[in-house]
Design a protein around this ligand. Structure first.
Ligand SMILES: Cc1cc2nc3c(=O)[nH]c(=O)nc-3n(C[C@H](O)[C@H](O)[C@H](O)COP(=O)(O)O)c2cc1C
Length: 245
């Protein structure tokens, strides 16, 4: 197996990066569009019931209500307990299996390559700034008081709605945590893991009567610099803004 920097995963990562200078001019492959969903017209059909038991209805309402929310009611801050619940729901440790600490989100091989960084903008009792989530001790680690939601929005292709968010989650992937075991295929798992984490967060936000928006449009190197990470080892893969409705 080639070393990390000689893999096709690494080449793909570099080729699919956004940066401020080249984003408008970089040629995009012309890929023909296709239908929004598939059907098999000749197949035998089974009608599906849409009445849920009370137990199913508990999660049904969260799933039904979730919509990407891009307008936040910033007059009312979030509480520290809300922030804590969101971190627990997205990445909290829930069990121990041998040497593995299992979490709320599934992870390929229980390797958990995703790290959580967080821009706190509007939370009672927490100074605004950039934090890292120490999952083992269930604590926030303050990295900088200077990084605010304005900077978060800037590295996310200047998407203005992010400025008003109460929180901005940034999920990075530590390549070797997954790729040392799975090689090139481990690269796919990084993104799948991040998707699980984000969906848990969005549903937990909904349970708090808040909302959020997943974000994958960002300037990779700029974002990595903002988080202060070494992008030879770790890179931003996904983000989400969270706020009150
Ligand atoms: C991988 C991914 C990346 C996304 N990136 C962005 C983004 O950068 N900015 C944004 O406003 N919405 C982003 N979205 C949100 C989608 O636009 C949204 O999920 C879609 O329009 C469906 O709407 P819904 O989430 O309200 O159901 C992203 C969603 C996904 C799954």
């Amino acid at each position: 197996m080639p070393e990390l920097y000689k893999t096709s995963a690494w080449e793909f990562l570099e080729k699919s990066s956004h940066d401020r200078e080249t984003i408008r001019h970089r040629p995009r492959p012309e890929i023909a569009d296709t239908a929004r969903y598939k059907t098999y017209p000749d197949a035998e059909k089974t009608e599906l019931p849409v009445e849920w038991s009370p137990q199913e209805a508990r999660i049904q309402s969260l799933l039904q209500q979730r919509r990407s929310l891009r307008r936040y009611n910033s007059t009312e801050p979030l509480e520290l307990s809300d922030l804590s619940f969101l971190l627990w729901a997205s990445q909290g440790i829930t069990a121990r299996m041998g040497g593995h600490f299992l979490r709320t989100s599934p992870s390929a091989g229980a390797l958990y390559p995703i790290e959580t960084y967080l821009v706190v903008e509007n939370v009672t009792g927490v100074e605004s700034g950039l934090y890292h989530f120490d999952v083992g001790h269930f604590q926030l680690e303050k990295l900088s008081a200077k990084v605010r939601s304005t900077e978060a929005a800037r590295v996310c292709l200047n998407q203005d709605f992010i400025v008003d968010a109460h929180l901005v989650f940034f999920w990075t992937a530590v390549f070797r945590r997954s790729m040392a075991k799975y090689g090139e295929r481990g690269f796919r798992y990084l993104f799948l893991d991040a998707g699980h984490v984000c969906q848990n967060l969005l549903l937990a936000a909904e349970a708090l009567d808040c909302g959020g928006c997943p974000i994958a449009a960002f300037y990779d190197q700029e974002a990595n610099r903002l988080l202060g990470i070494n992008d030879k080892h770790e890179t931003l893969v996904y983000a989400a803004s969270i706020g009150r409705k």
